[in-house]
Design a protein around this ligand. Structure first.
Ligand code: ZN
Length: 90
């Protein structure tokens, strides 16, 4: 079973309790990381690029319902400002 992921103009809503804002999301992420090693051999991630990700489970923080998240449209004003700021950064 695949879980719908919100697009730029959508958001999750818990079908059980109506929660819009708080979810625990379990996902598997495939990434490419730039590891920078120092002379002692310790490393840290200095760049990380997400190559792909899959949402495995969405749990509502309010009522604990699992995979009850449904997609709804975001309010129009919020969607517009989010799209604009996203475009300027890219
Ligand atoms: Zn809920």
């Amino acid at each position: 079973m695949s879980i719908p992921v919100p697009s730029e103009t959508q958001r999750w809503r818990c079908a059980q309790c109506g929660n819009l804002t708080r979810f625990d999301v379990t996902r598997s992420v495939r990434s490419r990381d730039y590891l920078h090693f120092d002379l002692s051999g310790a490393s840290r991630v200095e760049e990380s690029e997400v190559l792909g990700e899959t949402v495995e489970q969405v749990r509502c923080r309010w009522c604990n319902a699992v995979d009850s998240a449904e997609l709804i449209d975001r309010p129009a004003v919020e969607a517009d400002s989010a799209a604009e700021s996203g475009a300027e950064r890219a």
